[in-house]
Design a protein around this ligand. Structure first.
Ligand SMILES: [Zn+2]
Length: 289
C-alpha cells in the first residue's frame, strides 16, 4: 500500500505520495488561499489528493497534518492559526468529499513522528519533538507511535505554566511557555528591552547591541526551565527542536546547558538536537498516520 500525506499550512498545502518505506513517488505544492475560506481549502485538498491517487498503482492511506488540535469532545479543530479551520469537522468533511478514510493529526505530533522515524530521532525509542515557531508545541513518540494521552493533549508543553501570574496567553491562562519563547514572544521582549522592532534573525545578527546579553539570558532561562520540566516528567531519549526558533545555534550549546542546570538529575545527558527534515516533517508525518 502507498501512502499519501498532506500538510495543510497557512500559506501552502503540500502533498506527497510515498511508498511503504516512505520513499517519495510524487510531491506537489499548491497555495492555501486562506482568504477564500474553508470550502475552498477543502476543494484544494480534494484535488491534490485525487491527483496523487491517480499516480498510485496501489491502494493508498491518507493522512493530513493540520495546524491546531482536534478536540476529543467535539471532534472539531480548535486552537488553529489557520482561523477558518476552527470549529470545523475537517476529518469527516474530507472523508465525505473523498470517499476515503482520512486520518488527521496536529502539526507538532506529525513533526515528532516524522523526526522519530526518518529524522534526527530515528535511532531513539522515545522522542520528544518540539516546535518553536509562531506558537510553541510538542509531540511525544514512543516506539514509533504518537502518545496522545487520555484527553488528547499529551505533548502540549507550550501551554504549561512557566511563571505564575505571568504573560497573558490566548488560551486563557497566564505564564504559558509560548508567551516567552515563541518567535513573536522573543521579538516582543527584544522590542521592550531595546526599543527596536526586529525579526528574530535580525536580533541574532545584532549581538553587539547592549541589550542583547540580557535578552539572551532571559530567553535561555525560560528555554532551560521549560525543557527541564519536560525531562523531569518524561525523561525522553532525545529532544528534537523544530520551527523557526530552532535555527538559533546557541540553543544547542548554551541552551542545552541551561536545560541541564535545572534538571533533577546528576547524570543528565539528554541530546537536544536540531531537526533533520525541516519543512518536510509535516508531509512525512502525515503519510505515516
Ligand atoms: Zn497558553
Amino acid at each position: 500500500m502507498n501512502r499519501i500525506g498532506i500538510d495543510l499550512g497557512g500559506t501552502k498545502i503540500e502533498g506527497i505520495l510515498a511508498d511503504e518505506n516512505y520513499e517519495t513517488i510524487t510531491r506537489k505544492r499548491i497555495p492555501t488561499n486562506q482568504e477564500e475560506g474553508y470550502t475552498s481549502i477543502l476543494e484544494s485538498i480534494k484535488n491534490l489528493v485525487l491527483e496523487l491517487v491517480q499516480e498510485s498503482n496501489e491502494q493508498v492511506s491518507i493522512g493530513v497534518c493540520t495546524p491546531g488540535a482536534l478536540s476529543l469532545k467535539s471532534g472539531l479543530i480548535k486552537n488553529s492559526n489557520t482561523q477558518c479551520l476552527i470549529g470545523k469537522d475537517l476529518q469527516n468533511d474530507l472523508k465525505n468529499l473523498l470517499h476515503y478514510k482520512v486520518t488527521i493529526e496536529n502539526d507538532a505530533n506529525c513533526f515528532a513522528l516524522a523526526e522519530a522515524k526518518l529524522g534526527a530521532g530515528k535511532n531513539s525509542n522515545f522522542v520528544f519533538g518540539v516546535i518553536m515557531g509562531t506558537g510553541v508545541g510538542g509531540g511525544i513518540v514512543i516506539d514509533g507511535k504518537i502518545h496522545h494521552g487520555r484527553t488528547n493533549i499529551a505533548g502540549e508543553w507550550g501551554h504549561h505554566c512557566l511563571h505564575t501570574g505571568g504573560n497573558s496567553c490566548y488560551c486563557g491562562n497566564k505564564g504559558c511557555v509560548e508567551t516567552y519563547i515563541s518567535g513573536p514572544a522573543l521579538e516582543k521582549n527584544w522590542s521592550n528591552l531595546s526599543g527596536l522592532n526586529q525579526s528574530l534573525p535580525e536580533i541574532i545578527q545584532n549581538s553587539d547591541n547592549p541589550n542583547f546579553d540580557n535578552w539572551k539570558k532571559i530567553f535561555l532561562d525560560n528555554f532551560g526551565l521549560a525543557l527541564a520540566n519536560v525531562i523531569d516528567i518524561l525523561d525522553p531519549d532525545i529532544i528534537v527542536l523544530g520551527g523557526g526558533v530552532s535555527n538559533i545555534d546557541f540553543l544547542y550549546n548554551e541552551g542545552k546547558n541551561a536545560v541541564y542546570e535545572k534538571v533533577f538529575s546528576d547524570i543528565i545527558d539528554t541530546p537536544i538536537i536540531k531537526n533533520e527534515l525541516g519543512d518536510s516533517a509535516g508531509v512525512f508525518g502525515a503519510c505515516m498516520l
